[in-house]
Ligand binder design. Structure first.
Ligand code: HAM
Length: 420
């Protein structure tokens, strides 16, 4: 028997209330902050991610689903949403609009060939927001606030907000030199991944999770101590905005993020449980990305969070979400002669805006009522030979057990008001 591919999951009807609720809260919150929805394709030219996310990142090196299509063009299932949104910004000339252009996407399927575990999948979904086109630290604070308000609106508790600044192309090279100099005499004591990253991406040594590397990480030089004047001013204003907004941040100098496009601000929101795969969301500033994609200098900042991880944490924290409304009416029928009128009645009710389903054929009335109970139906409409002949229908209230007979064309009146 076939199974869903490793690292993917079916989203079953019983989990849909979480998905719907999260989507509704996310969309409402993004729109309250003035963000507008954008949807981009599931796959893009492979080069887009190589150029933006970075050749030496885990995502591009080991995790992309890249394939040659039938025209021999190399395509990648998107592993993240920022590069596609920036590509769309450029392609549609959004730089002529008033800046910043605020964009969001919800429940976007993403693909990373990662080792699956709780909270880590190969197909997962993100909520993504990007504010493109301004360098102002107030917009960094806005994005952090948006993320925080979203988690708060979902009712998630005990979250931590960590921030850092990793500088820009002016001051970062000097910082990387300091980091290399610090790590050079320690190389023998580092884990295999760190040894490799020392050569390819020295910044990533700071977010190594291996126990044996932790003392080295703790004593490493901090990027915030090597910022140039402009980056320092940006960092100082970001912190003062966050303070005036009452956002409870902590500075974590190990926070560097796993994608190469970040400049200056980086941040993450984490739940009480520790662990690399527990981060609910993260983001930061990416001032050079659009230029790297061939556009004009376009400073930008954004954030993304994982829907599966949010659901995991809602469940862990016992937070309930609004259930889907149960089916309003089940149309039951007794005998073959009542079947066609029952099919017609269910259809008429739906046209009148009532949720109505037909009970399964060939079953006793008792079994049809059991079916209605399983669906949570509030009313069962029963048609038999007598009702068909008289042009009536029996309406049974499933909560009280009461039953009354009404004219068939009046049936919808005894149900809840039609949906608009
Ligand atoms: P990211 O940190 O790679 O950032 O992913 C954001 C979030 O997606 C993570 O915090 C996590 O909740 C979720 N996530 C990532 N990988 C997986 C996985 N394998 N399984 C389940 N959930 C996962 C970005 O993608 C950036 N594009 C964020 C951003 C937007 N930066 C600026 N703008």
């Amino acid at each position: 028997m076939f199974k869903a591919p490793r690292g993917t999951a079916d989203i079953l009807p019983q989990d849909q209330p979480y998905w719907r609720h999260i989507e509704a809260v996310a969309a409402a919150m993004c729109e309250r902050f003035g963000y507008r929805r954008i949807d981009t394709p599931v796959f893009e030219e492979a080069g887009l991610f190589v150029r933006s996310v970075g050749e030496s990142t885990d995502v591009v090196e080991k995790e992309t689903y890249t394939f040659e299509d039938r025209s021999k063009d190399s395509m990648t299932l998107r592993p993240e949403g920022t590069a596609p949104v920036c590509r769309a910004y450029l392609e549609h000339g959004m730089h002529v609009l008033p800046q910043p252009v605020r964009l969001y996407s919800v429940h976007v399927p993403m693909f990373r060939y990662d080792r699956p575990q709780a909270g880590r999948q190969r197909q997962f979904h993100q909520i993504n927001c990007e504010a493109i086109g301004v360098a102002d630290a107030a917009v960094d604070a806005e994005v952090v606030e948006l993320a925080w308000c979203f988690f708060e609106a979902l009712g998630l508790k005990s979250l931590s907000l960590i921030i850092n600044s990793i500088g820009d192309p002016k001051c970062r090279p000097g910082y990387l030199e300091k980091l290399r100099a610090y790590y050079a005499p320690l190389l023998e004591r580092l884990c295999g991944d760190c040894k490799r990253r020392y050569e390819t991406n020295v910044l990533r040594l700071l977010d190594c999770k291996k126990e044996s590397c932790q003392p080295h990480v703790a004593n490493a030089p901090k990027s915030v101590d090597s910022l140039c004047d402009e980056c320092r001013a940006h960092w100082d204003s970001l912190r003062s905005y966050l303070e005036s907004l009452g956002l409870p941040y902590a500075i974590d100098h190990r926070l560097v993020r796993g994608l190469d496009y970040y400049t200056r601000t980086v941040f993450e929101v984490t739940p009480p449980e520790e662990g690399a795969q527990s981060t609910l969301g993260g983001g930061g500033r990416y001032d050079g990305l659009i230029e790297q994609l061939g556009g004009p200098p376009t400073p930008s900042v954004g954030f993304a969070c994982g829907v599966e991880r949010i659901i995991l944490n809602l469940k862990r924290q016992g937070i309930e979400v609004p259930p889907l409304p149960p089916v309003t009416a089940v149309v039951a029928f007794m005998g073959e002669a009542a079947k066609a009128p029952a099919v017609k009645l269910a259809s008429d009710l739906r046209r009148q805006g009532v949720e109505a389903v037909l009970a399964p054929a060939g079953k006793s009335l008792k079994a049809q009522l059991r079916y209605a109970t399983a669906l949570g139906a509030s009313k069962v409409l029963i048609l038999g030979d007598d009702e068909v002949r008289a042009g009536t229908v029996a309406v049974k209230d499933m909560a009280t057990g009461e039953q009354k007979t009404v004219a068939v064309e009046e049936a919808h009146v005894s149900l809840r008001p039609p949906l608009r």
